[in-house]
Design a protein around this ligand. Structure first.
Ligand SMILES: [Zn+2]
Length: 284
């Protein structure tokens, strides 16, 4: 039996143990963390705010995202606040279905696109089973994730939603994460047309970190768009020796011409950016 004072000491030890355990995983509590997970040919970006709110943007193709999340989240943590599906292609949505099976998700953010595909049927089923709240977003929406941390939705454009698109990537969820003086731009698989519309929309695009659109496809990452974003760092989420030839040499030379530092998940693996609201640091 424990005396009261022993209980208090034990409590303090447990608190310290939990803190150390968290520190091992998230590395730096009180910071905004943005991790580009290596999920092969696909996208998966994990965000943790200074107070611990968690967001996952896309999930790659299959179950790989689960082991990657295990590296940035402690094993006991089986909940995610916000899961964002930029669109319904399998290299973005496939892994999110696996995430829904394994994590308690509070809110799911979608572009609202629906078709008769097996993938979307499974997604709909798993969202329902999970009990997550569904939210369809459009340009102008905003999520306040934490004190001073906001996620501003820049796409899809509302006129595209009204016209009932044929393809999910015509209504891509594009989002800009801002914490103090640091910004991250997440572009999903947008192509030239959407980049030009974004660049002329008047929306603030300037960002320290740009998730290069569509795995470095030649049809994205236009010079005009890059000049608006002016990223210090760029990240291409791409599979080794993928059959699409991503990233394209033309895209790589456009990126080189703006002088940003490039990371590629096929060469560099996952990469985590940390922001204190003023400065960025990174961990590989
Ligand atoms: Zn993709």
């Amino acid at each position: 039996m424990f005396l009261k004072s022993q209980k208090i000491i034990l409590g303090v030890f447990l608190l310290v143990a939990v803190f150390v355990w968290r520190a091992v995983f998230v590395g730096s509590s009180g910071l905004l963390l943005v991790s580009f997970l290596d999920v092969g040919q696909g996208d998966a970006i994990f965000i943790e705010t200074p107070s611990g709110k968690q967001v996952l943007i896309d999930g790659g193709y299959g179950r790989q995202v689960l082991s990657r999340l295990g590296r940035v989240m402690p094993g006991y943590d089986k909940s995610i606040d916000l899961v964002i599906a930029t669109h319904t292609d399998s290299d973005h949505l496939g892994g999110l279905i696996e995430v829904l099976k394994s994590y308690d998700v509070r809110t799911v953010v979608e572009n609202g696109f629906q078709d008769n595909s097996v993938l979307l049927a499974e997604w709909n089923k798993e969202v329902e089973k999970n009990g997550a709240r569904r939210e369809i977003v459009k340009a102008g929406d905003q999520f306040i994730l934490d004190n001073g941390v906001s996620l501003k939705i820049l796409g899809p454009f509302s006129e595209d939603i009204k016209e009932t698109p044929d393809k999910s990537n015509e209504v891509m969820v594009v989002a800009r994460l801002v914490y103090g003086e640091t910004e991250f731009l997440f572009t999903g698989d947008i192509e030239r047309g959407d980049e030009i519309r974004l660049a002329s929309s008047g929306a603030e695009l300037k960002s320290d970190v740009l998730k290069v659109a569509h795995h470095g496809s030649q049809y994205s990452t236009t010079r005009l768009f890059l000049e608006k974003v002016m990223p210090v760092y760029t990240v291409i989420s791409v599979g080794k020796k993928n059959r699409y030839g991503h990233p394209h040499t033309e895209t790589l030379s456009r990126l080189a011409s703006i002088g940003s530092t490039l990371f590629r998940t096929d060469y560099d693996g996952g990469i985590t950016f940390m922001s204190n609201g003023r400065f960025l640091s990174l961990r590989r």
